[in-house]
Design a protein around this ligand. Structure first.
Ligand code: FMN
Length: 368
């Protein structure tokens, strides 16, 4: 029987049907994508070690022995160890005053609970490492790291038969991770949601494919993938699959709140800004009053990570707690124009696959 042109080395290695990886913070989305023949990596950077262990158990119970991944952030640019109070105390008075002026100007209420960001593994290195211990204890099949190099944990992960995947945005980072022995590289372009560099997806992917080819390391294309045409193009660039985030945010199972889903559906690519005003790292997110104020004349310089994240945390939490659609922001990529309906995740996947197959047929051939 003729094999599907979508059956790549990634499908072989993971035992999956489609070379589509969903990055998601939502367990229900992860379970739906895995059970529909794709692969999912659950973002757990905002959770305590106890919550991460519980989420892994939850997911395992619903996917019947299939593989999955967990993603954490391990930035080297943050202090080794600091309490939340110590970090909050480092925010300069000028920046607090500017934050207060934004809250007053846009009538931003107080959040109803402490910001989720207070648990972020990226606040200091010790938090990320404690989260990582759970991933090792649970022998998670795939570990991915979005911020920071996973090189230091490779040996231990491989001893436990875990795969380690690394997200990179520059050829220099790719070379380092190839040398270190990373199992899969995710070449993420400027189009992508979240923390990203400045090289476009079409430029970074083939370069990383060429760098990885001699060692047979599969590459996933990330950044702006929201249609089947993107998936077909990624395979044409030599990728073994795609790594997607924005695509799933407005899906029916997604726990993103309703006004934010509506904003994502309404948004176009120019509504996503590449800015460091939320976290101190450059990041693509839906534009909000917070962005406009931090890029206005007279705004203070953005703080170093993780202080800028702590400064924006109350604004973000308040927008969610009070359902203030006008204030909300979220990581979102330039492919957001194609997020046009709240479909079940299974359907999002099957639409992507169908369009990719049609595209490849239209072009008159298969891929690898
Ligand atoms: C809401 C959201 C949160 C994200 N948070 C993380 C994260 O915690 N860790 C990470 O490695 N990547 C994170 N990302 C980036 C994704 O892993 C992925 O690289 C990106 O979404 C790909 O671009 P796309 O959104 O255009 O598909 C996030 C993306 C989104 C949409």
């Amino acid at each position: 029987m003729k094999q599907s042109p979508l059956h790549t080395v990634l499908c072989e290695r993971l035992g999956i049907e489609y070379p589509v990886v969903a990055f998601t913070h939502c367990k229900d989305v992860a379970a739906a994508v895995i059970n529909a023949g794709g692969f999912a990596v659950l973002g757990e950077a905002m959770h305590t070690p106890e919550q991460i262990a519980a989420d892994i158990r939850w997911l395992r119970q619903r996917i019947g022995g299939k593989t999955f991944g967990i993603d954490l952030v391990l930035p080297a640019a943050v202090p080794e160890q600091r309490s939340l109070e110590e970090l909050l105390a480092q925010i300069p008075a000028e920046h607090r005053a500017f934050e207060r002026s934004i809250k007053a100007k846009y009538d931003v209420p107080d959040p109803k609970r402490p910001p989720d960001l207070y648990q972020w593994g990226g606040l200091d290195q010790s938090r990320g490492l404690k989260q990582l211990e759970v991933v090792f204890d649970e022998r998670v099949p795939v570990f991915a790291s979005g911020l920071g190099s996973p090189a230091f944990l490779l040996e231990r992960a491989h001893q436990l038969q875990m795969q380690v995947w690394g997200l990179i945005g520059k050829p220099r980072q790719a070379k380092r991770q190839i040398e270190a022995g990373t199992d899969v590289l995710i070449a993420q372009g400027y189009d992508a949601a979240g923390h990203t560099g400045t090289i476009g997806t079409f430029s970074i992917v083939p370069q990383v494919v060429d760098l990885c080819a001699p060692r047979g390391i599969p590459v996933l294309a990330a950044g702006g993938v929201t249609t089947g045409r993107h998936l077909a193009a990624a395979l044409a660039l030599g990728a073994a699959g795609v790594w997607t985030g924005t695509l799933w945010l407005a899906s029916r199972e997604s726990d993103v709140n309703q006004p934010l889903k509506e904003r994502l559906i309404e948004a176009s690519c120019t509504d996503t800004w590449h800015s460091d005003c939320l976290s101190g790292f450059t990041m693509r997110t839906l534009v909000s009053p917070w962005h406009r104020e931090w890029t206005s004349e007279g705004a203070p310089a953005v703080l170093q990570p993780p202080l800028q994240s702590l400064l924006s945390a109350e604004y973000i939490q308040a927008s969610l707690d009070h359902q203030r659609k006008d204030l909300m922001t979220e990581a979102a990529g330039q492919g957001v124009d194609y997020v046009t309906a709240m479909k079940p995740a299974r359907q999002v996947l099957s639409d992507l696959v169908d369009e990719a197959l049609d595209t490849l047929e239209r072009l008159g051939g298969g891929t690898q």
